[in-house]
Ligand binder design. Structure first.
Ligand code: SAM
Length: 273
């Protein structure tokens, strides 16, 4: 049986990079800076790094020299991550990037040797509870801080509202929690599941909201997000597909014209030992 692999395009990651950067919680970065060892090189492993947007956001907020080790199973995204490294650290210190083709659910302690910090952005909702267990156990055993931003929590708000919004949102959430050959995806339950696992292992877990708030300036992203949201909902609930034709046309026109305000709630987790 093959496990479903969700492929993410670099175009989509590029389109959402600004909204992701605006959404990630900066107060958690303050907590993080107080926990990281002073001086020396910080080695940061970014799991499921995609095209490297997390490093481009976080590296310039952290002081001191940094080595970012970027892990992903998609070689094309790793190539983009290597070609578009972050700027210098907050104090101007150099930031260097290395890439590793890896399945982050199969990592061993040696793969993360020497780490000062582990990050994984916009990943948790895409994996199953079993797939979460390995990385959580690994991080817990060694006790590095772990920063896990941008997991969806299953709340979406569109303004102006439409009576069909709720049905589409429900079908989309069910699609996110769908059963795959590798098990049921965590989807909107990811934050609670990860926080519970880390807390049971004795860690302190801070959770902060990190919503996307898309307005007229984000029309392209809103339209692309809406297309994916509707596609997933209709895939999950076949009866919905026939009923949402007019709705889809109306909502897409509003999104493209910058007349649809979209809030997609996410949460960020910081795990401390
Ligand atoms: C939504 S993207 C997020 C990318 C990046 N972290 C960001 O914030 O822009 C999810 C990423 O997870 C990667 N991914 C998913 N499952 C993975 C696995 N088991 N091992 C390695 N990478 C994985 C995908 O290839 C994709 O790059």
């Amino acid at each position: 049986m093959t496990v479903e692999q969700i492929r993410v395009s670099s175009q989509w990651l590029d389109l959402r990079e600004g909204a992701d950067a605006a959404a990630r919680d900066r107060e958690l970065v303050g907590h993080l800076c107080r926990r990281l060892p002073a001086g020396g090189l910080w080695v940061i492993h970014d799991l499921a790094c995609g095209s490297g947007s997390m490093a481009r956001w976080l590296a310039p907020l952290l002081p001191g020299p940094q080595l970012w080790v970027m892990h992903d199973r998609d070689p094309d995204l790793l190539e983009v991550a290597a070609a578009t490294p972050p700027g210098p650290a907050a104090d101007g210190a150099p930031v260097v990037v290395a890439t590793r083709l890896s399945d982050i659910t199969q990592l061993r302690p040696d793969d993360l040797a020497g780490a000062s910090l582990i990050t994984a952005s916009a990943l948790l909702d895409l994996i199953t509870s079993d797939q979460l267990a390995g990385p959580v156990g690994l991080c817990s055993a060694v006790g590095w801080p772990v920063l896990l931003p941008l997991s969806v929590v299953g709340r979406v708000e569109l303004a102006p509202a439409d009576p069909l919004d709720r049905s589409v949102a429900g079908a989309f959430d069910a699609h996110q929690r769908r059963m795959t050959a590798g098990g049921r995806l965590l989807g909107p339950d990811a934050v609670a599941a990860a926080a519970e696992r880390f807390r049971m292992m004795g860690h302190r877990v801070l959770v902060r909201p990190s919503p996307w708030r898309l307005g007229p300036a984000d029309a392209d992203l809103a339209a692309e997000w809406l297309t994916g949201w509707l596609d997933a909902a209709c895939k999950q609930v076949a009866e919905l597909a026939a009923g949402v034709h007019a709705y889809a046309g109306r909502r897409l026109a509003q999104a493209r014209a910058g007349q649809l305000a979209v809030t997609v709630d996410h949460a960020d987790l910081l795990v401390l030992s």
